[in-house]
Design a protein around this ligand. Structure first.
Ligand SMILES: [Zn+2]
Length: 67
């Protein structure tokens, strides 16, 4: 089952970013790259944020579709 992270789930309402992958690490890697480029946040330097991002990852049942 795929893992999904969205900025909205992390509290970044207004950002439609969505990352998905087969593993948590894959999703976090994508989220880190996105956060650095779009939000100017380096999640690798902010361990609490990284942990928070991981906690925001959820199992993607496929019900939400996505684009
Ligand atoms: Zn974002």
């Amino acid at each position: 089952m795929a893992k999904t992270f969205t900025c909205r789930d992390a509290g970044l309402v207004g950002c439609g970013f969505r990352a998905s992958g087969q593993t948590e690490d894959e999703v976090v890697t994508k989220a880190v790259a996105h956060a650095r480029q779009r939000h100017g946040v380096d999640l690798t330097q902010a361990k609490t944020l990284e942990r928070y991002a991981r906690s925001a990852i959820r199992e993607d049942s496929g019900r939400r579709g996505g684009r």
